[in-house]
Write a protein that binds this ligand. Structure first.
Ligand code: 13P
Ligand code: SF4
Length: 321
């Protein structure tokens, strides 16, 4: 068994029923599996809880399992570790990063904050633990509007790292937050023309857009919201067809909850990629999840001094949302 590459490497016997083995190991170790909506469908099907980043943080806070497997990206594992520091927190592949979190290194953010004295620092949950330690309040796409709206109107705010989500909040709340210039490689890439063409082909379809998408794509939306908000809106809508401008993994749960409705993934720009997958989320596979549970590796670690400082803005978020 080797983990040098950031995940456990071992040959898996042919024909093994991975879902059954995962269930067995989970029970044997009193482990719990959390999965983000963007993970592959096979992982969502074996998870104990699936959700958006806000729901997963709330669930993690209430768990008492000694082993927590976070099937998502690295910062999501860190968030769980910060909320549950005495537990073993595992992610199937430590290489599952996030282009948005990577766009905001803690050292550069510290300089940015120093250049804007007197500002409250609000960070999107898609950030490293080091960035959260520099933050006053963490938000997710599910609660950002509510939390920013709850602050005094004259409060000076730095918002990072997603410029699109920051712009969206400014436009909805009339604020003038100072924005960090970061973005997500999936949500930046949706093709405006492609969505318009899809809408022409399916004129009755409602357009669902994640707020990490740029403003021109958001303007086409019937609903803008976090993954959980889009899911609920689609389930409750009278419409039968939807064009979905967020990572493709969400379609698995949308289709499961609404078997009679049709969901079309919004196309990305360019000819090279026919999908809108988050390459990082898709590093998590059922095989790696099985080996992670078997060997309780690889483990997410966060410096205890950082845990202390990063916990406060997350708890503030949970209290405000
Ligand atoms: P949610 O907050 O909607 O779960 O989104 C997380 C994310 O990574 C979006 O790209
Ligand atoms: Fe990060 Fe974008 Fe992947 Fe979400 S979809 S985890 S923001 S890279």
């Amino acid at each position: 068994m080797k983990t040098e590459k950031g995940f456990v490497e071992e040959e898996i016997p042919e024909g093994m029923d991975l879902a059954r083995e995962i269930k067995r190991l989970k029970e044997e170790k009193n482990a719990v599996i959390l999965a983000h909506y963007y993970t592959v469908g096979a992982i969502q099907d074996v998870a104990d809880f699936i959700g958006d980043s806000l729901a997963l943080a709330r669930i993690a806070e209430k768990l008492d399992n000694p082993v927590i497997v976070m099937c998502g990206v690295h910062f999501m594992g860190e968030t769980v570790k910060i909320l549950c520091p005495d537990r073993k927190v595992l992610v199937p592949d430590l290489n599952a990063g996030c282009s948005l979190a990577d766009s905001c290194p803690a050292g550069e953010l510290a300089e940015f904050i120093a250049r804007h004295p007197g500002h409250t620092v609000i960070s999107y949950v898609n950030t490293s633990a080091d960035v959260k330690a520099l933050t006053d309040i963490v938000v997710t796409s599910g609660n950002a509007l509510k939390i920013v709206g709850s602050l005094p109107e004259d409060e000076k705010i730095i918002f990072g790292p997603d410029r699109n989500l920051g712009n969206y909040i400014n436009s909805q709340t009339g604020r003038d937050m100072v924005l960090w210039d970061g973005a997500c490689h999936v949500h930046e890439k949706f093709s405006l023309d492609g969505i318009v063409e899809l809408k022409k082909a399916h004129p009755e379809a409602k357009v669902l857009v994640h707020p990490e998408c740029p403003a021109p794509v958001r303007l086409l939306a019937d609903k803008v919201g976090s993954t959980a908000v889009l899911l609920k809106w689609a389930a409750e809508s009278d419409a039968c067809e939807f064009i979905v401008a967020t990572e493709s993994g969400i379609l698995h749960e949308m289709q499961r909850q609404c078997p009679d409705k049709t969901f079309y993934p919004a196309p990305p720009q360019g000819e090279t990629c026919g999908c809108n997958d988050c390459a990082y989320m898709k590093l998590n596979t059922l095989e790696k999840l099985y080996l992670t549970l078997k060997y309780e590796q690889p483990e997410v670690t966060v410096d205890p001094a950082i845990i202390d400082r990063a916990r406060r803005p997350i708890e503030r978020m949970l209290a405000l949302s």
